[in-house]
Design a protein around this ligand. Structure first.
Ligand code: BTN
Length: 247
């Protein structure tokens, strides 16, 4: 994977401006920095490896070279703060649909054995209570056949699809993310419906932090709705665990 192969393969409006690095601390941090300097909607920051890859909830995202995809998209969406979380959900739909995968709230991409294939980290900059820009960062395991012991639940697309051309996967995934992010502006209910259709824990009993309840829905603002003993509660961040493994 190199800058010319990525640039030549991109035809959609997301990805018309490509910034490529062999190695970088974090494509998300770079995309946020470029967006702050005025980078256009659709700027795509891609790296072959990251040395400070960021995951959700302050975790690290291991990003070895030559195997996977690490990229971040700069968006300047025409949506309010109340709906901006839908972009992360749309991104998850875009990835899950292409490979027949499932989604765990808020936007982890899982295979049929509940193993993690991809993660999404969205970052947001606001000005005067309006969305200035959003960065959607995607780490997608493509050709990594073995993972370190501290990642027992990770898997790559290659396990089911065989070795894949990363540039081809990138162009397909970016095109799909573009479509679903556009739908956030024109048809937000459709995005939520698609997200629910891929939702692995829909209707299940789950635990998020100290809260236990039935996962009944996700809202437009991205909150997970849990029916607990105390009533219906909105959860805005955390990790979802099944209370028992039943499949
Ligand atoms: C998660 O914790 O599931 C989210 C992981 C997001 C990782 C990607 S890799 C590309 C982009 N740059 C980063 O530093 N993080 C995101």
């Amino acid at each position: 994977m190199d800058v010319m192969s990525v640039k030549n393969a991109m035809s959609e409006s997301l990805g018309r401006d490509v910034v490529f690095f062999d190695s970088i601390p974090s494509t998300n941090s770079e995309a946020m920095r470029l967006a702050g300097l005025g980078a256009e909607h659709g700027t795509l920051v891609v790296a072959d490896s990251q040395v400070g890859g960021k995951g959700r909830l302050g975790r690290a995202w291991q990003s070895p070279p030559g195997l996977n995809l690490y990229f971040s998209l700069v968006l300047r969406p025409k949506v309010g703060l109340d709906r901006v979380a839908l972009l992360g959900l749309a991104c998850a739909v875009g990835i899950a649909k292409g490979f027949g995968l499932s989604i765990k709230w808020p936007n982890d991409i899982l295979d049929g054995q509940r193993r993690k294939v991809a993660g999404i980290l969205s970052e947001l900059e606001c000005q005067d209570n309006r969305v200035s820009h959003v960065v959607l960062g995607v780490g997608l395991n493509v050709n990594q056949a073995e993972f370190p012991l501290d990642l027992p639940n990770a898997v790559s697309l290659c396990e089911t699809h065989g070795p894949l051309d990363r540039v081809r996967v990138l162009t397909d995934v970016v095109a799909s993310i573009e479509y679903w992010c556009q739908q956030v502006e024109s048809h937000p209910a459709g995005v939520l419906a698609q997200w629910r259709g891929h939702w692995v824990d829909r209707g299940r009993e789950v635990r998020v932090g100290t809260r236990v309840g039935q996962a009944i829905d996700v809202r437009e603002d991205g909150a997970l709705m849990l029916r607990t003993q105390d009533g219906v509660e909105a959860v805005v961040s955390g990790d979802v665990l099944r209370t028992f493994q039943d499949d």
